[in-house]
Structure formats: structure tokens, C-alpha cells
Design a protein around this ligand. Structure first.
Ligand SMILES: Cc1ncc(COP(=O)(O)O)c(C=O)c1O
Length: 354
């Protein structure tokens, strides 16, 4: 058999990441972006960034500057930081280059679907350990896979929204033999961060992103904190020489110089998350799970498909999740501006009372 055809056939059989449903006229409350940061604010940052960029040059200096600023932001020296084209790209480099693809990966179920898709693409076997009924980590289940080379923990977890207990995650970091990859894409909305843990446990890599907290999903800037060795491997070997454009690097640096506006939205999101959750809990048949992220997982007495359609009829787009921690038919909604949240609440109220 022709090897090219075999490889193309194998790839064609892999189910990969599906882009979110496209409903341009609906409120996009399905992708966990930060719509609370005013568009004008981001535009002003971009205008500032634009003044600093010379597109004729490769972006070495800008990459060094952003690495320094990220180090300062998370409280770690820049040698422990590696920047990528979104944390998605760093995750992919860790899976395809740093991790030995022949060895098993262990993670929780449910978790970030892109992670599982990339494992499938790279032909890596994954053992998924279900979250407990209360959506907490089954540390013993994760640690029982003695031969696993990597343990992926998304915390706060997407799609459940809860941040796992610090001591449980640290215990896994201490006892797991391979690499522990902690994805903190939503950590600015949560209670604590583990970005400095690689200083204590060199087998830990923590991923962060400018996409959510800083409202820069379109700029594609993510980063990792890791031991000196892993950070250097990521930066100098695994990474392409210029993975992020000058404009995105400069924009991310500008965002880190003006964090006040972003921090204001983190507090706003936390307060809105509680208000929206409380209101939803009063709706008949709606169950809301506690969240430490900028989204809420919930289920309703009716089928998720019916509620999803009914919300969409009222121009509100949420994400269908399916089963989570033994709870069937879950949906996930992103916290947006107050007006967005109120529209969602009105639409959900109508949907569950239909
Ligand atoms: C858990 C998690 N990690 C990573 C990402 C991707 O982040 P980035 O935009 O930096 O690639 C997402 C995006 O939805 C996410 O939910």
C-alpha cells in the first residue's frame, strides 16, 4: 500500500477540533472570550502597539520584552517562561515534542476537548479518569497510572468551571513520575495560581494565555512557565523561530503595562458569575455548578438540545457539553457584559418555562 495514501487515510479518520457553531447574529456566549473589556480599550492598546512595530524586522526584541513582562506578571524569572501562538500551540508542542508519544497520558473526564483532539492527532493513548460526582479530582485514579508520561489537569477546568483544590494538585505534582501539565487558561477569574510551582517541582509545566483575561483571543498569545530546562527546550528547540507576530507581541506587552482595565473586568466577571448563578438557581429544573472561571456549567430538567435551540431562537448561543461528572445533558454559558447576561437570563427563563 502507498505510504502517503495510508497516512492520509489515517488522518482523515481522526475526528478533530470542531470550530464553534457560527450564528453571526446571536450573542456569542459559547467561546469564553472576555467581552467585558471595551472594544475601544483594546483598539487604543493596538494603536499604541502599532507605533512600536517595524514590520520589516523579525520580532526578536519584542519576544524578549514580552517574555520579561510575563515573568514579572506571574512573579517568575523570564528564563522560566516560553511564549507561543496561543497556549494551544504550546500545548501541541508539549504533546508532540517534549512528551514521548509512545507513552500514555492521563487526564480527567470531561476536560478541554482540544487537548484530547491533539492527543488523537498525534496517536497518543489517553486514559480519562472521570471527575467525581461533585466535580472534584480523583487523585488516586490519576496516580494509579504508573506508566503514564504526562498528566494533564485543566484548572479551572473547561467545561466544568471549577478550580481543583490546590493541595490535591500539588500532591499530584509531588507524586506523579512524569510531566504534570496544568492548564490555567481561566486562572485570573479563580482563587489561586500555580504558575510558580515549576520552581518547586521541575516536572510541572503551567500554561497561561492572554486570550481570556486580557481580551486578546484574536492576537494568539499564550505562555508557559516551566523548569529552566523545559522552558529552554520549548523556547529554543521545540518552538519555531518566530511563532507570534510583532503586532501581537507588542499588543500583549501593552496589555501587561495597562492591567488596571483588565483587572476591573476580572472582578466584574466574578461578581456577575455569582449574580447569574444565583438567578439561574431560582429557575425551575435548572442546576448550576459552582464556577471559578468566566463561564458557568449548568443543566436543565429538559433536554439540552431543546434548551439550546430555544436560547438560539432568542439569539443567545451557548455551548452543548453533554455529560459532566455523571450529570447528563450539560450546557455552558460564558459570562459577558451585564446586558448580555440579562439577555441570557431572560432567554433561559423563557426556555425552561416553555
Ligand atoms: C482550557 C483552555 N486552554 C487553552 C485554551 C486556548 O487558549 P489560547 O487562545 O491561548 O490558545 C482554551 C480556549 O478556549 C481553553 O479553554
Amino acid at each position: 500500500m502507498n505510504p502517503l495514501k495510508m497516512q492520509l487515510d489515517r488522518l482523515a479518520r481522526i475526528s478533530c477540533y470542531k470550530k464553534p457553531d457560527c450564528h453571526p447574529h446571536a450573542l456569542q456566549m459559547d467561546t469564553n472570550e472576555n467581552m467585558c473589556l471595551p472594544r475601544g480599550f483594546i483598539a487604543r492598546l493596538a494603536a499604541d502597539a502599532m507605533k512600536r512595530v517595524d514590520f520589516r524586522q523579525y520580532p526578536d526584541g519584542l519576544m524578549d520584552e514580552l517574555t520579561r513582562r510575563l515573568g514579572k506578571f506571574v512573579g517568575i524569572s523570564p528564563e522560566h517562561v516560553a511564549v507561543g501562538s496561543g497556549s494551544d500551540q504550546l500545548l501541541d508542542l508539549l504533546l508532540s515534542i517534549i512528551h514521548d508519544r509512545r507513552s500514555l497520558i492521563v487526564t480527567v473526564r470531561p476536560t478541554f476537548s482540544f487537548f484530547l483532539d491533539r492527543c488523537r492527532l498525534h496517536g497518543i493513548k489517553v486514559k480519562e479518569v472521570p471527575l467525581r460526582e461533585d466535580l472534584s479530582l480523583d487523585a488516586r485514579g490519576l496516580l494509579s497510572e504508573q506508566k503514564a508520561g504526562l498528566c494533564y489537569i485543566c484548572s479551572p477546568n473547561n467545561p466544568t468551571g471549577n478550580q481543583f483544590e490546590r493541595e490535591t494538585v500539588l500532591d499530584i505534582a509531588r507524586r506523579f513520575k512524569g510531566l504534570v501539565l496544568i492548564d490555567e487558561a481561566y486562572v485570573e477569574f479563580a482563587r489561586y495560581s500555580l504558575k510558580r510551582v515549576p520552581l518547586r517541582f521541575p516536572n510541572v509545566v503551567v500554561l497561561g494565555t492572554m486570550s481570556k483575561a486580557f481580551g486578546l483571543a484574536g492576537a494568539r498569545v499564550g505562555y508557559a512557565t516551566a523548569s529552566l530546562r523545559v522552558a529552554r527546550l520549548l523556547r529554543d528547540l521545540a518552538q519555531c523561530p518566530y511563532p507570534v507576530s510583532s503586532m501581537s507581541l507588542a499588543l500583549a506587552s501593552c496589555a501587561l503595562q495597562h492591567t488596571r482595565e483588565a483587572r476591573r473586568t476580572w472582578n466584574f466577571v466574578k461578581a456577575e458569575r455569582e449574580r447569574v448563578s444565583e438567578t439561574m438557581r431560582r429557575f425551575p429544573g435548572v442546576r448550576v455548578f459552582p464556577s471559578d472561571a468566566n463561564f458557568i456549567l449548568f443543566n436543565t430538567g429538559g433536554t439540552a438540545q431543546k434548551i439550546y435551540r430555544s436560547l438560539l431562537d432568542r439569539s443567545v448561543l451557548v455551548r452543548r457539553i453533554g455529560k459532566a461528572g455523571g450529570h447528563e445533558d450539560c450546557l455552558r454559558v460564558t459570562i459577558g457584559t451585564r446586558a448580555m447576561n440579562d439577555t441570557f437570563l431572560r432567554a433561559l427563563f423563557a426556555a425552561v418555562n416553555r
